[in-house]
Design a protein around this ligand. Structure first.
Ligand SMILES: [Zn+2]
Length: 260
């Protein structure tokens, strides 16, 4: 089978010293594309140099994660400089979004929304899709996507409700939903139900490496070589042959990142 890992962080310190091995084992398992997504200012140049070094398989998605929304002006000035300078060398803006998991403080929410909207507009100006991180912020993320209408939206590691999922489908703009290791967890009933009862055309395969390893590796370090375990789970949930699932998810990824 051939597949994409639409969302990974190979520059993470848990992985960056073994990228050669990770790329080889992923290729052996059928991986044909790894999309490394930005989080901090620091991550941006690392992603670009991984792309240079492994240009046959690694791609760059640059953006600032909501976790860094309270950084100072200089931080964002530097980040935007790097992103703008490399805009023709990247596939999307991400991961950007809202994360209210650790703090629901109003000041933080406002900053996160500003940063999110600013980066969606940047993506739109350059005709780029966006990769979104949304945690415990489902309603606010939906509201912003609805208002800003990004060109193409990918909600990575989708973790919101089925009601919100259905509302996204009604927006009339292209929205994709990332499925990864969580889909194999016993307690992940909501996302399992969403996948079981929906058309596969809206889902993207991802790992979020080094995080969220699928079963039976839950808790261990994740790599793009593990995507076949996610495909296997989708195949079980949908009762569709694994090869066919892989083909559909690959097509979706190619549609999202504009390869086709
Ligand atoms: Zn991520």
């Amino acid at each position: 089978m051939k597949y994409l890992d639409c969302h990974a962080h190979l520059y993470d310190e848990k992985l960056c010293n073994q990228i050669d091995d990770i790329v080889s084992s992923s290729k052996r398992n059928g991986c044909v594309g790894i999309y490394n997504c930005g989080d901090s200012l620091d991550s941006l140049t690392k992603i670009l140099s991984i792309k240079d070094q492994y240009s046959d398989i690694c791609h760059a998605v640059l953006g600032i994660h909501p976790e860094f929304a309270l950084e100072n002006d200089d931080y964002f000035k530097q980040a935007y400089e790097i992103i703008n300078k490399n805009i023709s060398n990247i596939e999307a803006i991400g991961e950007i979004g809202l994360d209210y998991h650790y703090s629901k403080e109003e000041k933080l929410k406002i900053k996160q929304k500003e940063l999110f909207i600013e980066q969606i507009r940047l993506a739109k100006r350059h005709n780029l899709p966006i990769v979104v991180h949304s945690r415990d912020a489902g309603e606010d993320t939906l509201k912003i996507i609805k208002e800003e209408k990004p060109i193409k939206t990918y909600l990575h590691c989708y973790s919101d409700s089925k009601e919100i999922f259905n509302q996204y489908l009604k927006l009339g703009i292209p929205v994709f939903f990332g499925i990864g290791g969580v889909l194999t967890f016993k307690n992940a009933k909501t996302i399992q139900d969403i996948v079981s009862s929906s058309s596969l055309d809206v889902f993207l395969s991802e790992t979020d490496s080094p995080y969220l390893s699928p079963e039976p590796y839950r808790g261990k370090i994740n790599t793009p070589a593990n995507i076949p375990l996610i495909i296997k789970q989708v195949s079980k949930l949908k009762n569709i042959d694994e090869e066919k699932v892989a083909k559909i998810l690959l097509d979706n990824g190619e549609r999202f990142y504009g390869i086709k």
